[in-house]
Ligand binder design. Structure first.
Ligand SMILES: [Zn+2]
Length: 429
């Protein structure tokens, strides 16, 4: 992409409600545009990041045998009446012109359960873990939240990955739940999200037995979490409600003091049991031909919130840091000065494009300083600077961000193509 063609607006005057570094970076970099309160448009630049995040999640879920599908954004209110959830506060209800009472789905337990009751007949369709039946989608959700904050961290409309497993027993669900828990850690690691821990979470109005939240430790977080300094106990504040009044909380497992931290929830997993399958009448015939009710688990990742978190953990509000898998562009080429530099930059650009590498090129007549500032906002992990001074020495200048290893500051002109390909291969998942 030639930088002058990128159709984005880099906001200079930021609104007063943009208080977190990540929210400010999202607006300054032109990743998002606020269409309404808690409602964001992803620019061509922002949407690339979102799709890259989705792809990593998709690959890891497919790797543990999950099946992707797609469910409608709107559903009949009658489905929500079946489970008694027709009055949950984030549910946006309306009547369609033909008269049906409808909702904009804030989550899809009712909708996926309705699908499963139509398709499921035999235990043979519910293989044992690790081959469990797990259906997922990556889709827009709308929650009628009273308050939106921190840009992509808490929106009314957001992108979510929601997965639902159907198991023949609690033991089988337990086993698959742990597979999913491990897959989640793998996903956050690949996304380059640091400091994500799993903690025990309350099961709330979801019903069920066990739940974990994945929390990114961060000062901007609105959740309070407790971590034991001596053992592996970690929990959400709400799990510890009994001790709520006390200043110093004691670990229920080992008796030592708990440390208090703030976190942003980037995912959650629940063992739901038969709450939805029972109330919606899902059944299958077991080996003896007897009717049974499947046990359910559900697994969410806030895809757009992960994007917000990646911006929050970037160095500062003028510099986006992404790893090679997530970055909207892998390489950013900047030419400074004469036509010879431009020609060399274009030659490298065309080579990288033909090698299938997403590359940004800036051969505009802007000042070098403003070109570098724009490159900081776009956050390509590999930056190449072509200038007359460097060409004189037979080299190009290199800069890196978001990579695990160190690489040279310059490459010889005739080596740079191969070296960039090598670095990209070196950083592949
Ligand atoms: Zn402990």
């Amino acid at each position: 992409m030639e930088i002058e063609k990128l159709f984005i607006k880099r906001m200079k005057e930021l609104p007063s409600d943009a208080t977190t570094p990540g929210h400010r970076l999202a607006l300054k970099g032109g990743y998002i545009h606020q269409t309404g309160s808690g409602l964001y448009t992803y620019s061509p630049l922002g949407f690339k990041v979102l799709k890259n995040i989705e792809d990593i999640i998709r690959q890891e879920l497919d790797a543990i045998g999950c099946q992707e599908m797609n469910m409608p954004i709107v559903s009949p209110l009658s489905l929500w009446k079946e489970t008694g959830r027709e009055n949950i506060d984030v549910l946006l209800k309306f009547k369609i012109r033909s008269g049906m009472d409808a909702v904009v789905n804030p989550t899809h337990e009712e909708i996926v359960t309705d699908y499963v009751r139509n398709v499921l007949q035999s235990y043979k369709q519910l293989p044992l873990s690790p081959s469990s039946l797990c259906l997922y989608q990556i889709q827009t959700k709308y929650r009628d939240e009273l308050r939106a904050r921190a840009g992509l961290i808490r929106c009314r409309e957001f992108m979510m990955k929601d997965a639902y497993s159907f198991n023949i027993s609690w033991e089988d669900l337990d086993s698959f739940y742990n597979i999913m828990l491990n897959a989640y850690h793998k996903i956050y690691k690949r996304l380059g999200l640091d400091n994500v821990i799993d903690i025990l979470a309350p099961t709330g109005d979801m019903g069920g037995k066990i739940s974990h939240e994945f929390q990114m430790i961060s000062d901007i977080g609105e959740d309070t979490i407790y971590i034991c300094s001596s053992c592996d106990y970690r929990a959400n504040k709400e799990v510890l409600t009994d001790a709520d009044a006390e200043d110093i909380l004691i670990c229920p497992k080992c008796g030592n003091k708990l440390k208090k931290l703030r976190g942003v929830e980037v995912g959650n997993i629940f063992q739901l049991g038969d709450k939805y399958t029972k109330s919606m009448g899902v059944s299958y015939l077991d080996q003896e031909g007897k009717k049974q009710t499947p046990i359910m688990g559900c697994y969410g990742i806030g895809v757009s919130r992960v994007f917000g978190c990646l911006l929050e953990q970037s160095c500062d509000e003028s510099k986006a840091v992404f790893n090679l898998e997530v970055a909207p562009y892998k390489v950013h080429i900047i030419s400074i000065g004469d036509e010879q530099a431009k020609t060399l930059a274009n030659d490298l650009y065309n080579y990288l494009l033909s090698a299938g590498i997403e590359t940004m090129i800036d051969t505009t007549d802007d000042r070098a300083g403003s070109k570098f500032a724009n490159a900081d906002l776009i956050g390509a992990p590999i930056r190449v600077i072509v200038s007359p001074k460097n060409i004189e020495h037979g080299v190009v200048e290199m800069k890196y961000s978001g990579l695990q290893k160190q690489y040279p500051d310059t490459f010889k002109i005739d080596e740079v193509k191969d070296k960039i390909i090598e670095i990209i291969k070196d950083n592949q998942g």
